[in-house]
Design a protein around this ligand. Structure first.
Ligand code: ADP
Ligand code: MG
Ligand code: MG
Length: 309
Protein backbone atom coordinates (compact mmCIF):
# COMPACT_ATOMS: atom_id res chain seq x y z
CA UNK A 1 0.00 0.00 0.00
CA UNK A 2 2.75 2.43 0.90
CA UNK A 3 4.79 3.91 -1.90
CA UNK A 4 8.07 3.65 -0.03
CA UNK A 5 9.31 6.94 -1.52
CA UNK A 6 10.01 10.16 0.34
CA UNK A 7 6.98 11.55 2.20
CA UNK A 8 4.87 14.01 0.20
CA UNK A 9 2.74 16.76 1.60
CA UNK A 10 -1.02 16.69 1.11
CA UNK A 11 -2.60 19.93 2.28
CA UNK A 12 -6.31 20.76 2.34
CA UNK A 13 -8.45 23.51 3.86
CA UNK A 14 -12.09 23.78 4.88
CA UNK A 15 -14.19 26.33 6.70
CA UNK A 16 -15.32 24.68 9.92
CA UNK A 17 -16.25 26.02 13.36
CA UNK A 18 -16.25 29.54 11.95
CA UNK A 19 -12.62 29.43 10.88
CA UNK A 20 -10.27 28.16 8.19
CA UNK A 21 -9.04 24.70 9.11
CA UNK A 22 -5.92 23.50 7.34
CA UNK A 23 -4.70 19.92 7.55
CA UNK A 24 -1.29 19.00 6.24
CA UNK A 25 -0.32 15.35 6.06
CA UNK A 26 3.15 14.02 5.18
CA UNK A 27 2.69 10.55 3.80
CA UNK A 28 3.95 8.71 0.73
CA UNK A 29 0.73 6.71 0.17
CA UNK A 30 -1.48 9.33 -1.46
CA UNK A 31 -4.75 7.39 -1.29
CA UNK A 32 -4.33 6.76 2.41
CA UNK A 33 -3.50 10.44 3.00
CA UNK A 34 -6.61 11.64 1.10
CA UNK A 35 -8.96 9.32 2.94
CA UNK A 36 -7.46 10.25 6.30
CA UNK A 37 -7.81 13.98 5.67
CA UNK A 38 -11.45 13.53 4.55
CA UNK A 39 -12.18 11.56 7.70
CA UNK A 40 -10.51 14.19 9.89
CA UNK A 41 -12.59 17.01 8.35
CA UNK A 42 -15.75 14.89 8.72
CA UNK A 43 -14.93 14.39 12.40
CA UNK A 44 -14.52 18.14 12.92
CA UNK A 45 -17.85 18.75 11.16
CA UNK A 46 -19.44 16.27 13.57
CA UNK A 47 -18.06 18.25 16.54
CA UNK A 48 -19.33 21.49 15.00
CA UNK A 49 -22.83 19.96 14.74
CA UNK A 50 -22.69 19.14 18.46
CA UNK A 51 -21.12 22.32 19.82
CA UNK A 52 -21.79 25.26 17.49
CA UNK A 53 -24.30 27.84 18.77
CA UNK A 54 -25.30 28.46 15.13
CA UNK A 55 -26.54 24.91 14.52
CA UNK A 56 -30.12 24.97 15.88
CA UNK A 57 -30.17 21.40 17.18
CA UNK A 58 -26.60 21.33 18.54
CA UNK A 59 -26.21 20.49 22.22
CA UNK A 60 -25.08 24.07 22.85
CA UNK A 61 -28.06 25.68 21.08
CA UNK A 62 -30.53 23.34 22.81
CA UNK A 63 -28.90 23.99 26.16
CA UNK A 64 -29.15 27.75 25.67
CA UNK A 65 -32.88 27.41 24.89
CA UNK A 66 -33.62 24.95 27.70
CA UNK A 67 -35.55 26.17 30.73
CA UNK A 68 -33.64 24.21 33.35
CA UNK A 69 -31.31 21.83 31.67
CA UNK A 70 -31.04 18.75 29.53
CA UNK A 71 -29.15 15.64 28.52
CA UNK A 72 -26.14 16.21 26.24
CA UNK A 73 -23.81 13.89 24.33
CA UNK A 74 -20.98 12.40 26.43
CA UNK A 75 -18.46 14.42 24.40
CA UNK A 76 -20.26 17.69 25.04
CA UNK A 77 -20.38 16.79 28.73
CA UNK A 78 -16.62 16.14 28.71
CA UNK A 79 -15.87 19.52 27.09
CA UNK A 80 -18.23 21.24 29.54
CA UNK A 81 -16.52 19.43 32.44
CA UNK A 82 -13.05 20.62 31.46
CA UNK A 83 -14.37 24.11 30.72
CA UNK A 84 -16.06 24.33 34.11
CA UNK A 85 -12.91 23.09 35.83
CA UNK A 86 -10.81 25.79 34.13
CA UNK A 87 -13.54 28.33 34.89
CA UNK A 88 -13.40 27.57 38.62
CA UNK A 89 -9.62 27.38 38.76
CA UNK A 90 -9.26 30.70 36.93
CA UNK A 91 -11.73 32.39 39.31
CA UNK A 92 -14.17 32.81 36.47
CA UNK A 93 -11.75 34.48 34.02
CA UNK A 94 -12.60 31.60 31.70
CA UNK A 95 -16.37 31.54 31.42
CA UNK A 96 -18.67 29.22 29.44
CA UNK A 97 -21.71 31.43 30.09
CA UNK A 98 -20.72 34.55 28.11
CA UNK A 99 -23.02 33.75 25.17
CA UNK A 100 -25.41 36.67 25.79
CA UNK A 101 -22.48 39.06 26.13
CA UNK A 102 -21.00 37.78 22.86
CA UNK A 103 -24.34 38.33 21.08
CA UNK A 104 -24.59 41.80 22.54
CA UNK A 105 -21.17 42.86 21.24
CA UNK A 106 -21.93 41.16 17.89
CA UNK A 107 -18.43 41.74 16.50
CA UNK A 108 -19.45 40.21 13.18
CA UNK A 109 -22.15 42.88 12.63
CA UNK A 110 -21.90 45.37 9.75
CA UNK A 111 -21.41 48.24 12.17
CA UNK A 112 -20.49 46.81 15.56
CA UNK A 113 -20.97 49.19 18.48
CA UNK A 114 -19.98 49.46 22.13
CA UNK A 115 -22.96 48.34 24.24
CA UNK A 116 -24.44 50.63 26.89
CA UNK A 117 -23.64 49.86 30.51
CA UNK A 118 -27.23 48.74 31.30
CA UNK A 119 -27.04 46.29 28.41
CA UNK A 120 -23.71 44.96 29.66
CA UNK A 121 -25.05 44.59 33.20
CA UNK A 122 -28.07 42.65 31.92
CA UNK A 123 -25.88 40.31 29.83
CA UNK A 124 -23.60 39.61 32.81
CA UNK A 125 -26.39 38.94 35.29
CA UNK A 126 -26.17 35.53 36.93
CA UNK A 127 -23.29 34.27 34.75
CA UNK A 128 -20.25 32.35 35.99
CA UNK A 129 -19.06 28.84 36.82
CA UNK A 130 -21.71 28.46 39.55
CA UNK A 131 -24.51 28.96 37.01
CA UNK A 132 -23.92 25.59 35.29
CA UNK A 133 -23.95 22.22 36.98
CA UNK A 134 -23.03 18.90 35.44
CA UNK A 135 -24.18 15.49 36.65
CA UNK A 136 -22.83 12.90 34.26
CA UNK A 137 -24.30 13.90 30.92
CA UNK A 138 -27.09 16.00 32.42
CA UNK A 139 -26.55 19.77 32.51
CA UNK A 140 -28.48 22.09 34.83
CA UNK A 141 -28.77 25.84 34.36
CA UNK A 142 -29.25 28.19 37.30
CA UNK A 143 -31.80 30.21 35.32
CA UNK A 144 -33.68 29.85 32.00
CA UNK A 145 -32.02 32.79 30.20
CA UNK A 146 -28.49 31.47 30.79
CA UNK A 147 -26.81 30.74 27.42
CA UNK A 148 -23.71 28.68 26.81
CA UNK A 149 -20.74 29.39 24.51
CA UNK A 150 -17.96 26.87 23.95
CA UNK A 151 -16.12 29.25 21.58
CA UNK A 152 -13.04 29.34 23.82
CA UNK A 153 -12.57 25.55 23.97
CA UNK A 154 -14.53 23.62 21.30
CA UNK A 155 -12.12 24.36 18.45
CA UNK A 156 -9.35 22.80 20.52
CA UNK A 157 -11.45 19.71 21.13
CA UNK A 158 -12.23 19.40 17.42
CA UNK A 159 -8.49 19.64 16.62
CA UNK A 160 -7.76 16.85 19.13
CA UNK A 161 -10.44 14.67 17.53
CA UNK A 162 -9.03 15.31 14.06
CA UNK A 163 -5.58 14.29 15.32
CA UNK A 164 -6.99 11.02 16.70
CA UNK A 165 -8.72 10.24 13.42
CA UNK A 166 -5.49 10.84 11.46
CA UNK A 167 -3.53 8.63 13.85
CA UNK A 168 -6.14 5.86 13.65
CA UNK A 169 -5.89 6.02 9.86
CA UNK A 170 -2.18 5.33 10.14
CA UNK A 171 -0.89 8.88 9.62
CA UNK A 172 2.21 9.58 11.72
CA UNK A 173 3.22 13.03 10.42
CA UNK A 174 0.68 15.84 10.19
CA UNK A 175 -0.40 19.26 11.35
CA UNK A 176 -3.91 20.54 11.97
CA UNK A 177 -4.44 24.29 12.18
CA UNK A 178 -7.89 25.62 13.08
CA UNK A 179 -7.42 29.39 13.04
CA UNK A 180 -4.46 29.35 15.42
CA UNK A 181 -5.31 26.15 17.30
CA UNK A 182 -2.60 23.68 16.20
CA UNK A 183 -1.73 20.07 16.81
CA UNK A 184 1.52 18.71 15.46
CA UNK A 185 2.05 15.01 14.88
CA UNK A 186 5.47 13.52 14.21
CA UNK A 187 7.53 15.48 11.69
CA UNK A 188 7.14 17.79 8.73
CA UNK A 189 8.34 15.24 6.21
CA UNK A 190 12.06 14.92 6.78
CA UNK A 191 12.34 17.78 9.30
CA UNK A 192 10.83 18.49 12.70
CA UNK A 193 7.85 20.86 12.90
CA UNK A 194 8.84 24.49 13.45
CA UNK A 195 6.04 26.83 14.38
CA UNK A 196 6.40 30.56 13.79
CA UNK A 197 4.46 32.68 16.28
CA UNK A 198 3.44 36.01 14.79
CA UNK A 199 3.74 39.37 16.45
CA UNK A 200 0.27 40.48 17.63
CA UNK A 201 0.72 43.97 16.10
CA UNK A 202 2.55 43.00 12.90
CA UNK A 203 1.47 39.95 10.94
CA UNK A 204 4.78 40.04 9.02
CA UNK A 205 6.96 39.91 12.11
CA UNK A 206 7.80 36.56 13.70
CA UNK A 207 7.97 36.84 17.47
CA UNK A 208 9.56 33.47 17.99
CA UNK A 209 9.86 30.00 16.49
CA UNK A 210 8.89 26.92 18.49
CA UNK A 211 10.24 23.41 17.97
CA UNK A 212 7.44 21.10 19.00
CA UNK A 213 6.19 17.66 18.18
CA UNK A 214 3.19 15.65 19.33
CA UNK A 215 1.82 18.63 21.21
CA UNK A 216 -0.72 21.40 20.76
CA UNK A 217 0.23 25.04 20.16
CA UNK A 218 -2.72 27.41 20.57
CA UNK A 219 -2.63 31.18 20.16
CA UNK A 220 -5.35 33.57 21.31
CA UNK A 221 -4.94 37.14 20.11
CA UNK A 222 -6.79 40.43 20.18
CA UNK A 223 -6.14 40.77 16.42
CA UNK A 224 -8.43 37.88 15.41
CA UNK A 225 -11.90 39.45 15.52
CA UNK A 226 -12.11 43.12 16.43
CA UNK A 227 -13.27 46.60 15.52
CA UNK A 228 -11.78 49.95 16.41
CA UNK A 229 -13.58 53.01 17.66
CA UNK A 230 -12.09 56.25 19.02
CA UNK A 231 -8.64 54.66 19.07
CA UNK A 232 -9.86 51.70 21.16
CA UNK A 233 -9.65 48.11 19.99
CA UNK A 234 -12.71 45.99 20.82
CA UNK A 235 -12.01 42.30 20.29
CA UNK A 236 -13.53 38.87 21.00
CA UNK A 237 -12.03 37.77 24.33
CA UNK A 238 -14.12 39.22 27.14
CA UNK A 239 -13.36 39.91 30.77
CA UNK A 240 -16.42 38.47 32.56
CA UNK A 241 -15.90 40.95 35.42
CA UNK A 242 -16.45 44.00 33.20
CA UNK A 243 -18.18 42.74 30.07
CA UNK A 244 -15.49 44.51 28.02
CA UNK A 245 -12.76 42.90 25.93
CA UNK A 246 -9.80 42.11 28.15
CA UNK A 247 -7.12 44.80 27.85
CA UNK A 248 -4.27 43.16 29.79
CA UNK A 249 -2.95 41.13 26.87
CA UNK A 250 -2.28 41.26 23.13
CA UNK A 251 -1.66 37.55 22.65
CA UNK A 252 -1.09 34.26 24.43
CA UNK A 253 0.58 31.20 22.95
CA UNK A 254 -0.04 28.06 24.96
CA UNK A 255 1.74 24.73 24.49
CA UNK A 256 0.14 21.62 26.04
CA UNK A 257 -0.50 17.98 25.21
CA UNK A 258 -4.11 18.50 24.22
CA UNK A 259 -5.47 21.31 22.05
CA UNK A 260 -8.65 21.42 24.13
CA UNK A 261 -6.70 22.14 27.30
CA UNK A 262 -4.39 24.58 25.49
CA UNK A 263 -7.40 26.40 24.00
CA UNK A 264 -9.12 26.87 27.35
CA UNK A 265 -5.89 27.83 29.13
CA UNK A 266 -4.94 30.34 26.41
CA UNK A 267 -8.26 32.14 26.79
CA UNK A 268 -8.02 32.05 30.60
CA UNK A 269 -4.46 33.42 30.62
CA UNK A 270 -5.44 36.09 28.08
CA UNK A 271 -8.10 37.41 30.47
CA UNK A 272 -5.96 37.05 33.62
CA UNK A 273 -3.05 38.95 32.04
CA UNK A 274 0.65 38.07 32.22
CA UNK A 275 1.25 38.20 35.97
CA UNK A 276 -1.86 36.44 37.28
CA UNK A 277 -2.00 34.27 34.18
CA UNK A 278 1.47 32.81 34.70
CA UNK A 279 0.73 32.28 38.42
CA UNK A 280 -2.44 30.40 37.46
CA UNK A 281 -0.43 28.22 35.04
CA UNK A 282 1.87 27.01 37.82
CA UNK A 283 -0.90 24.49 38.60
CA UNK A 284 -0.50 23.07 35.06
CA UNK A 285 3.13 21.93 34.97
CA UNK A 286 2.71 20.32 31.54
CA UNK A 287 1.63 23.63 29.97
CA UNK A 288 3.98 26.38 28.72
CA UNK A 289 2.95 29.90 27.76
CA UNK A 290 4.26 32.97 26.01
CA UNK A 291 2.29 36.13 26.80
CA UNK A 292 2.55 39.47 25.02
CA UNK A 293 1.17 42.09 27.39
CA UNK A 294 -0.67 45.33 26.59
CA UNK A 295 2.66 47.18 26.17
CA UNK A 296 4.10 44.54 23.86
CA UNK A 297 6.40 43.07 26.53
CA UNK A 298 6.90 39.31 26.37
CA UNK A 299 6.45 37.10 29.46
CA UNK A 300 6.92 33.33 29.46
CA UNK A 301 6.93 30.25 31.65
CA UNK A 302 10.40 28.87 32.44
CA UNK A 303 9.94 25.81 30.22
CA UNK A 304 9.14 27.92 27.16
CA UNK A 305 12.84 28.66 26.56
CA UNK A 306 13.46 24.96 25.80
CA UNK A 307 10.91 25.05 22.98
CA UNK A 308 12.23 28.27 21.44
CA UNK A 309 14.98 28.10 18.93
P1 ADP B 1 -9.84 32.23 19.12
O1 ADP B 1 -11.28 32.23 18.78
O2 ADP B 1 -9.06 33.29 18.43
O3 ADP B 1 -9.20 30.88 19.07
P2 ADP B 1 -10.17 31.98 21.95
O4 ADP B 1 -9.83 30.54 21.99
O5 ADP B 1 -9.60 32.81 23.04
O6 ADP B 1 -9.73 32.69 20.62
O7 ADP B 1 -11.71 32.06 21.93
C1 ADP B 1 -12.42 33.25 21.86
C2 ADP B 1 -13.86 32.88 21.90
O8 ADP B 1 -14.16 32.33 23.19
C3 ADP B 1 -14.80 34.05 21.73
O9 ADP B 1 -15.16 34.22 20.39
C4 ADP B 1 -15.97 33.64 22.59
O10 ADP B 1 -16.78 32.72 21.89
C5 ADP B 1 -15.32 32.88 23.72
N1 ADP B 1 -14.91 33.72 24.85
C6 ADP B 1 -14.71 35.06 24.92
N2 ADP B 1 -14.30 35.44 26.14
C7 ADP B 1 -14.25 34.29 26.88
C8 ADP B 1 -13.90 34.02 28.24
N3 ADP B 1 -13.54 34.97 29.09
N4 ADP B 1 -13.98 32.73 28.65
C9 ADP B 1 -14.34 31.73 27.80
N5 ADP B 1 -14.67 31.93 26.53
C10 ADP B 1 -14.63 33.19 26.07
MG1 MG C 1 -9.44 29.40 23.72
MG1 MG D 1 -8.89 29.30 20.41
Amino acid sequence: LRGGGPPQELRQSRILLGTVVEISVWEDAEGLAREAVQAAFAEMARIEALMSPHVPDSDVARLSRAAEGLEVAPETAAVLALGLDIARRSDGAFDLTLARLKELWDLEAQNPRVPRSEELAAALEGIGPQALRLEGTRVYKAHPTLAVDLGGIAKGYAVDRAASVLEQAGIADASINAGGDLRLLGRRGERPWRIGIRHPRDAEEILTILDVSDRAVVTSGDYERFFEKDGQRYHHIFDPRTGFPSTATQSVTLVADSAMLADALATAVFVLGPRQGLEFLAAFPQAEALVVDADGQVHATAGMAELQR
